[in-house]
Design a binder for this molecule. Structure first.
Ligand code: FEO
Length: 596
């Protein structure tokens, strides 16, 4: 394997190994790479696994010829690379061992070395000149042990990257790099994303033309591809669209459900589906694919009042590696006391940015009609984006899209000449800034519409995220036609004489109507700003925030019917009349959704 004129490969391939690190299956073996830089001084980079002493020393001798090495650079003390340090020092007693303080502490734990041995303890970013080649040592703690350092040869522009950019598989087996590099990275270095990110930041500042890792092939072309994958993996970003389905099944019922579910995913156009029987398939491959795809579905049984052991092991492997930024769906099976959903959620409690799918599937022993429906609902939920991207499968007239427009929530106040009034509005938009023009849309059925049309002035109170549900009830669920909303409500008045709220707003604006547009059901007031005050730096209450955090969750358990998305009112019945108006907030049937 040629690297450069001066840099030679002296590593070995291991086809005897059964489990790397005592746990990872490596059907195509493993490579322990070692390199020699031939210059005025000669440096050897790392040794190899203990089972390959003779082969490695022979490789070394062949490259050295009659010369002797001046340095053994120890980038990593894990025994797959360090096992032959003592043998090396016995064969080449005049060579200097190069490492950092942590390297030597570990070295003395593993070996009893001759005290007369020459040691060179380097600091971070220290350089070592071999003559033509200048080596810079860059500490990379926890990629993958604390003593790890990588080395940059600025002459040949080579990064000796220790474990980074390594893969499973011997170098005499041709196979794609990505899959086995992913399984290696996630399994071995996956927990240390932040540390890998730090190393990548440094790597960006270097002109790197070749990467010499301690495992896998020397990388010379398309380095951007490998570096970009490392960036994706170490930032825990999903690498590809798709769903990893991991399951265990005792008597086959959970497996049957998974098979049905997987078929449904394929039918709905899910671009990638990876399925693992955790008791039988390679666990490390399942872990790697859980990290690879954006969504994960876990299907398992309650077992000894816990979850099935292989599933517990799998989830532990994910969480200890910092699993995050993923959507997780759960399918549980339990004959008398299903516990899976609760336990899995607890297991992910400390994981960051995990979104659990809304549709949870509970199977009581075997799949039945209701659990099949839930299974289909979960498949629909997880494939929503894949379906919507498909020209053939997408619903192209889904007006729920309009709900995705971002809205703030506001109390608009006015005065009818006798009393102050206010209502909740979500249609306030700044149209222009020079001059400032604000548009406010109000339903004609609201009392305030007519008042503002007549008086030509209004105040817009921008609600902040601390506004309680009672504010929405007070201003949104009753009409100024028959209630004096400000009778006992604390407020102050702005220069235009209209009320503004003293709490729960972050700003208010006094507006003067410049133009009115009749929009049929609504009127739009296009206004100039006559006064504007910032009350606090709290975030603005958005419609989404209100739905998620303020509106009480409706009691729908065991009920069949419809629920008002605005106030949570529950209408029980088979069908909702088209002209139905919510008795609480007065919103129409369009704002109701079926109870799931
Ligand atoms: Fe290849 Fe962390 O040793």
């Amino acid at each position: 394997m040629r690297i450069t004129d001066d840099i030679k490969y002296v590593g070995v391939n291991d086809h005897q190994i059964d489990l790397f690190e005592g746990q990872y299956r490596v059907p195509n073996g493993m490579a322990y790479n070692s390199y020699v830089v031939l210059d005025e001084k000669i440096a050897v980079f790392d040794t190899v696994d203990q089972h390959f002493t003779t082969e490695w020393l022979a490789n070394l001798e062949k490259v050295l010829g009659t010369r002797k090495p001046d340095y053994l650079i120890v980038q990593h003390m894990e025994p797959d690379h360090s096992a032959n340090i003592k043998v090396f020092t016995e064969k080449y007693p005049d060579a200097t061992i190069v490492g950092n303080a942590k390297t030597f502490a570990m070295m003395d734990q593993f070996f009893d070395l001759d005290p007369a041995l020459k040691r060179k303890e380097v600091k971070n970013n220290e350089t070592l000149s071999l003559g033509k080649h200048v080596l810079t040592f860059v500490f990379a703690p926890m990629v993958h042990w604390p003593e790890v350092m990588v080395t940059y040869d600025s002459t040949d522009k080579v990064l000796f990257s220790a474990d980074a950019f390594g893969k499973f598989g011997a170098n005499d087996v041709q196979e794609p790099w990505d899959d086995e590099a992913r399984r290696y990275y996630i399994g071995i270095v996956g927990k240390y994303g932040a540390q890998v990110q730090r190393l990548l930041k440094i790597a960006k500042t270097l002109d790197i033309q070749t990467i010499c890792s301690l495992h896998g092939p020397v990388l010379v072309e398309n380095l951007g591809h490998y570096i970009s994958l490392y960036d994706t993996w170490s930032s825990y970003t999903p690498e590809a669209d798709g769903i990893c389905v991991a399951y265990t099944s005792v008597y086959g019922h959970t497996k049957t459900a998974v098979e049905k579910f997987v078929k449904s995913l394929h039918d709905k156009g899910c671009p990638n589906v990876a399925v693992y029987d955790l008791a039988r398939d390679d666990m490390s491959q399942a872990v790697a694919d859980a990290f690879r795809y954006s969504k994960l579905v876990l299907a398992t049984t309650t077992y000894n009042a816990d979850i099935y052991p292989f599933m517990r092991d799998f989830i532990d492997r994910l969480t200890e590696r910092g699993f995050q930024k993923r959507t997780v769906g759960i399918i549980e099976n339990g004959t008398w006391a299903p516990q899976v959903i609760k336990i899995i959620k607890e297991m992910f409690a400390k994981s960051r940015d995990i979104d659990f799918a809304e549709n949870e599937v509970t199977i009581r022993s075997a799949l039945k009609e209701d659990s099949s429906e839930k299974l289909e609902a979960l498949a629909n939920e997880l494939c929503q984006d894949y379906i919507a991207r498909s020209n053939e499968k997408a619903d192209k007239n889904d007006l729920k899209a309009l709900f995705k427009i971002g809205y703030g929530l506001y109390v608009v106040t006015c005065n009818d000449g006798r009393k102050d009034n206010g209502l909740i509005v979500n249609t306030v938009t700044q149209l222009t800034s020079s001059p400032n023009r604000i548009a406010v849309g109000i339903n004609k059925q609201n009392y305030s519409h007519d008042v503002i049309k007549k008086t030509g002035i209004l105040n817009v109170n921008c609600l902040s995220v601390d506004a309680p549900f009672s504010i929405f009830q007070h201003f949104g669920f009753q009409s100024g036609k028959n209630v004096d909303k400000f009778a006992d409500f604390e407020c102050l008045h702005s220069d235009n004489g209209l009320p503004f709220l003293t709490h729960y707003i972050n700003a208010f604006m006094s507006l003067k109507v410049e133009q009115y547009l009749d929009l049929g059901t609504h009127g739009m007031f296009i206004c100039s700003v006559t006064e504007a005050r910032v009350m606090s730096d709290k975030d603005t209450m958005t419609y989404t925030y209100y739905q998620k955090n303020v509106k009480p969750k409706p009691e729908t358990k065991g009920k069949k019917g419809w629920v008002c998305k605005v106030c949570g009112y529950v209408y029980e019945g088979e069908t909702l009349p088209e002209d139905f108006v919510c008795p609480l907030c007065k919103h129409g049937a369009v704002d109701f959704e079926p109870i799931k």
